[in-house]
Write a protein that binds this ligand. Sequence first.
Ligand SMILES: [Fe+2]
Ligand SMILES: [Fe+2]
Length: 210
Amino acid sequence: MIKEQILKDTEEIFKNAENSHDFLHTKRVLNLVLELAKDFPQIEEDVIYATCCFHDVGRTIPQDGVNHAIISANYARENLIKYGFTPQQIEEIACAIETHSWSLGREPKSLLGEILQDGDRIDSLGAIGLARMFSFLNESERILYNVDDPFCTSERKPNDKKYTIDHLFTKLFSIPSKLHTEKAKQLANKRMEFMKSFLEQMGLEIKGEL
Ligand SMILES: [Fe+2]
Ligand SMILES: [Fe+2]
């Protein structure tokens, strides 16, 4: 019952969200984290639902330069009591949310924090990861790729402020080495294979192999 209510409320919170961090992203992260949590049955399912559902709500709230993970964690601290969570559970959930953000660069302090970070990062990989990258980064002014060296094979340093595809080299391809759990690493490796074959095909098409 608690989890159904949290999901319903979360869908409402995200109804106007950008599609790279919308309710569908939240649901995929939830599914990934539930899968990772099969190896850790001591983590309660309701706690997983609350952690995943609220991890990005900060993106729907004006941020004023504060990282969305901090806003999400505070939102969880203020709102989870009504679902019947104990103060200890709420703090555990908020702490896990606080450390999930890539840009904040914090290390998780609990297993819950680790599986949230892993699940969230896996959703940046694979076909979904590419779709989100193109959706998120092309919203502003970027060129799709550098025409002389699309995949940073020369001395060129990746610059994802200028070239969308460079985001693979500044962030996404380094994700597998930063995951915590074994299952997450396996899932990430599978998605990396797909992304590399996507790049191979893209390289052929850029070269004019039509
Ligand atoms: Fe996030
Ligand atoms: Fe997220």
